[in-house]
Design a protein around this ligand. Sequence first.
Ligand SMILES: Cc1cc2nc3c(=O)[nH]c(=O)nc-3n(C[C@H](O)[C@H](O)[C@H](O)COP(=O)(O)OP(=O)(O)OC[C@H]3O[C@@H](n4cnc5c(N)ncnc54)[C@H](O)[C@@H]3O)c2cc1C
Length: 415
Amino acid sequence: MILDRRTFLGAATAAGLAAAGAPLRTALSAHESFNSGKPVSRVAVIGAGIVGASIAYNLSKRGCEVVLIDKKGPAAQASGNSFAWINASWFDMPPSYYALRVHSLNEYHRLAQEVDFPIHWGGSLEWYHTDAEEKEITDGILRTQQLGAPMWMLSEERVAEIEPNLVLGGERKAAYSSRDGAIDSALTTRALVDKVTAHGGSAVYPARVTGIRQQRGKVIVKTDVAPFEVDLAVVAAGAGANEIASMLDLGTDLVKPATPGVIVTTRPMERLINTVCYTTDTHFLQLPDGRLVLGEKAGPPATEQHDAYLADRPNTYPSDELAMQHAARVSAMASRYMPEIADAKVESVSVGWRPLPMDGLPVVGHVPDMPGIYLASMHSGVTLAPIVGHLAAMEILDNARVDLLSDFRVERFLK
Ligand SMILES: Cc1cc2nc3c(=O)[nH]c(=O)nc-3n(C[C@H](O)[C@H](O)[C@H](O)COP(=O)(O)OP(=O)(O)OC[C@H]3O[C@@H](n4cnc5c(N)ncnc54)[C@H](O)[C@@H]3O)c2cc1C
């Protein structure tokens, strides 16, 4: 997944959030200035996932010298093991979060031209198998329409017209969101990193950040390879954000313990579906190149054996045999809705770890009293990377404070 809509509802702190569509204000004033107006010309970005890569890309595009540091490599963690549905279609999002996601979808259209990576824009369908759940999504659609989202309910007949290969499983209606898309998030991350190096930046990996020191207006990022002296460090470490937060003595965790999700990718097939499909037990989509990506909703059963293996947050299974067993299980579930999935040849099976901020909402921006540090932690980082990269570059290089980000500052966690 994707965070379950209900999980998100419980996790997000909606209270006090501003109205949707806040303008992208970039005016400066002394009291709003986060980084004391000091010019920033050299930045270390910690984490070469899609969020760090997008920030690094936007900085380097504007002439900033960027060092992108990762303990493994580009897209090695969540961004390489993600379902990668890009959307603004969750129910009951705080309006400012909805606005951020919509801005990011718009930004994707521009970024894909600039960086040259494929996106499949086919919309999404979500459906469930009980009357109570169907009513819940019907009501959810109504509330999301209030935000202006292009979403509505479709009858089973209409679903059959737009997705002839899909079997909803019972006479069910489905929630349709016309604006959603899907990308290969590993490929997109690597394309962004390539642009950073083409702009003269460097990508340093494997290099694990082991310490950060701020001294005399500079930031020293220590790694197990070499130290880097920069004007500012961006922390885009995904599920590793707490480790960096403790190096900074931030006084708060940024993310909850990461939760795992299985991702099965098949070899390319002729186009079978256009929409991202999300239902009771499974979800699947087809990438621009024809590969299918499948995920399941349930997490791993809490057994001692699972707990022991998962403690180190592996991205792979202990054996190919076990990986293929899990792929067969997820494919069997998904093929109930699209029988052709049963014939798909599995290309890879991996486990992704979701970075989930403490209240479910992104953490983006400078840290009070730490002018050389900028944070970027979020779930739905695949959806949000384009807008976060663009706005972070403005906040870092122009000393702007963007209202669209004002509900997502780290201050909400600081005592
Ligand atoms: C199974 C699954 C399904 C998902 N589905 C969706 C979806 O459909 N749509 C969506 O928008 N989002 C989805 N997400 C969430 C999305 O994938 C993440 O929010 C996004 O990839 C986070 O990107 P990131 O760059 O912040 O983190 P990551 O991609 O995890 O990158 C962080 C990087 O930091 C590096 N790092 C960490 N600590 C250090 C250190 N000390 N030194 C050096 N480097 C370090 C890591 O090696 C890593 O490469 C899903 C996630 C998972 C796991």
